[in-house]
Design a protein around this ligand. Structure first.
Ligand code: ADP
Ligand code: MG
Length: 319
């Protein structure tokens, strides 16, 4: 039976690129570059709540880190260091090896050092803490939306929710769409390059993890503004091509979780800039609404021109 320390040494110790002291001591040591502010965030993935207990470990390793990196992307911060707190029911080395492979693949893609963590026996639970850097004073918060701003979304939100609905047997999918939708759910791509490019351009930003309605509401509350979301403008093409009807596609985008696209607001004068940025990053940017001065009011503009409050709300763990 491997000891806790054997597991850490074998599976979670890799050469660090920008960490003075990483795994192995009582604390990690790292230094932000001059002029940089630290941005830090933590996200927990709990078996039975966030994933099926028999989920594929490599994908879990990727996702545990990717969802944390996404939070830094949403601040316009560059991810640099991660801590991993892991509760495992057993020392299943094949499982741990695959989990670590997924985690380090994500770490390598986004330039993150695993700087430390904690490993304990218990019900399967994965908690990553991520720290990154942003030039002091230039982080993009949720609080900066201004009346008249355009509202934008990156990528094709809703595919993760559609993949989850498929796995739960709630919907059929076109055969060609199964892999992309399940990949969107299990191997989300944090929008780091977009987040960095939006520094100094976006007025307010967050990553969408609980559906557009709930997450846009966070921006409205933090900014003291309202919004009109234009349903006809939502990028539903991938969901419709996957076989979802419009109604179901809208539910996935407005109320589904697990997207990790960036939702942001910016001045209308920036529209052309986002066209160029979309081409450079090879990532769709879609303008989906407008910020209003009607604090706390979120209205959905329907294709018939009527504007009504949303009926669905986002995923919440406690209601
Ligand atoms: P302590 O008893 O001082 O808390 P631990 O025995 O928990 O130390 O951990 C030993 C070292 O291994 C520490 O540097 C810790 O950061 C690191 N570590 C433990 N678990 C993990 C993990 N899952 N991933 C990365 N580093 C880990
Ligand atoms: Mg410890």
């Amino acid at each position: 039976m491997p000891s806790e320390f054997d597991l850490i040494r074998r599976h979670f110790t890799r050469p660090a690129r920008h960490t003075e002291l990483a795994v192995g001591d009582d604390a990690a040591l790292f230094t932000p570059r001059p002029g940089m502010q630290l941005a830090t965030s933590t996200d927990m993935l709990v078996a039975g709540t966030h994933f099926f207990a028999d989920a594929e470990p490599e994908a879990l390793g990727w996702k545990a880190l990717a969802v944390n990196i996404s939070d830094l992307a949403a601040m316009g911060a560059e991810p640099r260091w991660a801590l991993l707190a892991l509760a495992l029911p057993a020392a299943d080395e094949a499982w741990i090896e695959a989990f670590a492979r997924g985690l380090f693949a994500c770490a390598a893609q986004f330039g993150v050092d695993l700087a430390g963590g904690d490993t304990t026996r218990g019900p399967l639970n994965l908690c990553v803490t991520i720290t990154g850097e942003v030039p002091a004073g230039s982080a993009v918060t949720r609080a900066g939306a201004r009346p008249g701003d355009d509202i934008w979304i990156t990528g094709e939100p809703g595919r993760g929710a559609l993949g989850l609905a498929f796995l739960r047997g709630e919907t059929a999918l076109d055969a060609a769409a199964v892999t992309p939708c399940i990949d969107a759910l299990h191997r989300p791509q944090p929008r780091v390059a977009a987040g960095l490019a939006l520094r100094g351009v976006a007025h307010a930003m967050l990553d969408v993890s609980d559906g557009l309605v709930g997450d846009l509401t966070h921006i409205l509350e933090a900014s003291g503004t309202g919004a009109v979301l234009d349903l006809a403008a939502l990028p539903l093409g991938a969901l419709l091509a996957a076989g979802a009807d419009v109604e179901f596609a809208l539910r996935c985008v407005l109320g589904g979780g697990d997207d990790y696209e960036l939702l942001f607001t910016a001045a209308a004068a920036q529209r052309e800039h986002f066209g160029a940025l979309a081409r450079r990053l090879d990532l769709p940017f879609t303008r989906i609404g407008t910020i209003t001065d009607h604090a706390g009011s979120l209205l959905l503009r329907h294709p018939d021109g009527s504007e009504r409050p949303p009926e669905c709300r986002s995923y919440d763990h406690f209601i």
